[in-house]
Design a protein around this ligand. Structure first.
Ligand SMILES: Nc1ncnc2c1ncn2[C@@H]1O[C@H](COP(=O)(O)OP(=O)(O)OP(=O)(O)O)[C@@H](O)[C@H]1O
Length: 265
């Protein structure tokens, strides 16, 4: 599914927090959205899903497969969100409901948007749990989020996002809260699932080293504006903006080495 954002402006209670962002993602393509904390990455993603905080005003254009989303009502946006786009947030602890079993949460969108019965949704949840390599899928779906590790919870969140077969997946820092070895497994999972499903991917992070493993190109945001767009290799090896240079420095400082980029350093 294609996504085209043009001149997106978001203000919250009179303060402009996203200030003229444009980006385009072709059907089946992957794009990174990177920037420092507070640069407007999450709000841009939330605008696509119609999940902006109360008191936000939006202007500009957000088109999914050519269909304008800015100005749609809550019900129409909820349908887009549930059926066509999936989002995975940074913190599965807050994204998951602590008092509902994980199987019910994985299958929830199938019940809401496709009329699955409880039992059908649970059966599908077991299969999805298997697909994201959760151990012992039949039993794990009966557990509560706090009974799972952080990495397992993130796999639950990914399974929930994949449940309806979305054509656009938005991942907002899905590995930031995880330690490095767990991160690698989750990135591999994204890579495989997105690749197999042919969905488009918008991947948000502040970490260029993470981006280098999952997307070929990225848009850099600073203070609510796009300051650069290039291949991830280009951002790492020849950053044009000081913010990008700082992100590249940070990636190398945390030990980022990738054979593909070795020659440029
Ligand atoms: N609910 C809200 N109410 C008021 N201001 C908000 C709200 N959410 C975000 N903001 C402000 O909007 C700006 C952009 O926030 P956003 O969450 O998009 O940044 P981000 O780049 O995703 O940062 P992070 O990496 O820390 O998540 C920030 O200055 C933030 O303080």
């Amino acid at each position: 599914m294609s996504l085209a954002i043009e001149d997106l402006r978001i203000s919250i209670r009179g303060r402009t927090v996203v200030d003229g962002v444009s980006l385009a993602l072709g059907d089946g393509d992957r794009l990174g959205l990177i920037g420092e904390s507070g640069s407007g990455k999450s709000l841009t993603a939330l605008a696509v899903l119609g999940l902006l905080p109360a008191g936000s005003t939006v202007t500009g254009s957000i088109r999914l497969d050519g269909r304008e989303l800015v100005g749609l009502g809550d019900r129409e946006l909820a349908a887009v969100r549930g059926k066509r786009a999936g989002i995975v947030f940074q913190e599965p602890v807050t994204a998951l409901n602590p008092i509902r079993r994980v199987g019910a949460q994985i299958g929830e969108s199938l019940r809401i948007h496709y009329g699955f019965s409880k039992r059908q949704a649970l059966e599908r949840a077991v299969r999805l749990a298997e697909r994201v390599h959760l151990p012992d899928p039949e039993h794990i779906v009966q557990r509560y989020p706090h009974e799972l590790s952080g990495g397992q919870r993130q796999r639950v969140a990914i399974a929930a996002a994949l449940a309806t077969g979305p054509r656009l997946i938005i991942a907002d820092e899905p590995t930031t809260a995880l330690d490095v070895t767990i991160q690698a497994g989750i990135l591999d999972l994204f890579d495989r699932e997105v690749g197999e499903s042919g969905a488009s991917l918008l991947f948000i992070t502040h970490d260029l080293a993470v981006l280098a493993r999952i997307v070929p190109r990225a848009v850099v945001l600073a203070a609510g504006r796009v300051v650069e767009e290039a291949t991830v290799e280009g951002l790492l090896t020849a950053p044009a903006h000081p913010v990008t240079a700082a992100l590249a420095e940070a990636a190398y400082a945390t030990g980022f080495t990738d054979p593909a980029f070795e020659g440029h350093r």
